[in-house]
Write a protein that binds this ligand. Structure first.
Ligand SMILES: Cc1cc2nc3c(=O)[nH]c(=O)nc-3n(C[C@H](O)[C@H](O)[C@H](O)COP(=O)(O)OP(=O)(O)OC[C@H]3O[C@@H](n4cnc5c(N)ncnc54)[C@H](O)[C@@H]3O)c2cc1C
Length: 411
């Protein structure tokens, strides 16, 4: 029986594992390399602008059940908005609201006033091969890229959900996203963005709960290596100490793929990544600005109108990484001002480039994802890059942590 688990990494996968393990009465020590928990899903005070910002604006949908359960377990009640999504077509200036209603089936596709303008019900029915396909193929082989539905909905959705150029994306991952959200109607597509910051929702309440349950979280405590003895025993090597796992102890490696492959010999894992760029402008949006706007055919992809700031996201952004920051911030601001109908100079801004935001969600990379078990029974893997069936998302990370914890607590 496992009595003590060392969780390496205090991202959402590690926190989710730790919350689950402590609920089962198992002692937990979390070791985090940096000074802060949250990993790729974190908030901080930005000294340059004085804003409290997230590394990236994250969107959760009501169909992300593991994430909702996790939030409830740490005492947060998620408050989802209605499933209405505003889009602007940068080429034509046309704007519309996709209204998914609140049912449990995607009945909105039958209503011309709710679905994407200039699409017909037939366009949606043509998605059957995506949903029914058995093999994982690049989306270019499955989607009709000449259709308005592709240009106005599927492409922006897939770029955001998979963080990849849509044609190269994995059909299996896209289909799973569709099954868990779009196919379940507006009820599963209600959005939630975290006005008060990601850490307030996902991280701080989890740390408080772990502390109340007697778990220890050690910051700036990087796992530098693992030693696997011929006898089967495993030793965790930190800068200041070594811990050899006894029969009743285990480790969950909830670190990114590139960190896990450096720690575990012979581990196959995704080795290609894609970036996301986030922009934060110190400027209150005009009254009545839609909270979220999807933008088609411009540089900016999503605009978020927070109470006192405007944020924007560009996914699959590797092509923009070498551009001067100031130019990029000014270009995106110009587009935002146009779309939200604002005047005025460029406000104070911050731009966050997450170079390895997610693994590249192609069929080839998806095939490299391992399950939670390793050759060593007391070394378990977690993280958004493990084989969760989902792309790298909050839901996938939290699910992976929960599954890793369950493997150990059921032992
Ligand atoms: C800009 C951006 C926007 C995103 N938007 C969305 C979104 O809208 N919706 C969505 O669902 N998902 C989104 N994601 C994806 C989501 O953030 C990730 O899938 C999720 O946070 C990954 O969590 P994780 O715990 O698997 O990994 P991580 O968050 O990477 O956590 C791993 C942790 O391990 C630590 N670590 C690494 N090596 C060691 C070591 N040797 N010893 C100790 N600690 C170590 C790291 O410091 C880190 O804290 C976005 C990601 C980014 C970057």
């Amino acid at each position: 029986m496992i009595k003590h688990v060392h969780v390496i990494g205090a991202g959402l996968a590690g926190l989710s594992a730790a919350v689950r393990l402590t609920a089962a009465g198992i002692a937990v020590t979390v070791h985090e390399a940096t000074r802060q928990a949250g990993g790729r899903c974190r908030s901080y005070d930005d000294a340059a602008t004085g804003m409290h910002i997230d590394n990236g604006t994250h969107l959760l949908l009501s169909g992300n059940h593991a994430a909702v359960d996790y939030l409830k377990a740490i005492g947060i009640t998620p408050d989802f908005a209605p499933a209405n999504f505003r889009f602007v077509d940068g080429a034509t200036g046309e704007s519309w609201i996709l209204r998914m209603g609140d049912g449990s089936l995607p009945t909105w596709i039958f209503d011309a006033g709710s679905r994407v303008p200039r699409t017909s019900i037939l366009d949606y029915l043509k998605l059957a091969p995506l949903l029914l396909g058995r093999t994982d193929r690049p989306l270019r082989e499955v989607l009709d890229r000449d259709s308005e539905l592709y240009r106005r909905l599927l492409d922006p959705l897939m770029v955001a959900a998979l963080n990849i150029d849509t044609p190269s994306g994995s059909s299996r991952l896209a289909a799973q996203i569709a099954r868990e959200t779009l196919m379940r109607g507006g009820q599963a597509c209600r959005p939630l963005v975290f006005e008060r910051g990601l850490s307030t929702a996902f991280v701080e309440p989890a740390l408080a709960l772990l502390s109340a349950r007697g778990a220890t979280v050690r910051f700036e405590h990087e796992l530098e290596g693992l030693t696997f003895a011929d006898s089967g025993s495993v030793t965790l090597r930190f800068r200041d100490e070594e811990i050899t796992l006894g029969d009743e102890a285990a480790v969950i490696l909830a670190v990114p793929a590139y960190a896990a492959t450096a720690l575990v010999p012979g581990l196959d894992a995704p080795d290609q990544f894609r970036s996301i760029i986030n922009f934060h402008y110190d400027c209150a949006p005009p009254a009545n600005s839609p909270f979220m706007t999807g933008v088609i055919g411009r540089t900016v992809e999503w605009i978020f109108a927070f109470k006192n700031r405007i944020s924007a996201t560009i996914s699959h952004a590797d092509r923009l990484l070498t551009l001067p920051r100031q130019d990029l911030a000014a270009t995106v601001w110009g587009e935002i001002a146009d779309i939200l109908d604002m005047d005025g100079p460029l406000p104070k801004w911050q731009l966050v480039r997450e170079r390895r935001a997610t693994f590249a969600a192609t069929p080839q990379q998806n095939a490299r994802r391992p399950g939670p078990k390793t050759r060593w029974p007391n070394v378990i893997l977690a993280g958004d890059w493990t084989d969760t069936g989902l792309p790298a998302t909050i839901e996938g990370a939290i699910r992976s942590g929960r599954n890793a914890a369950e493997l150990l607590s059921n032992r």
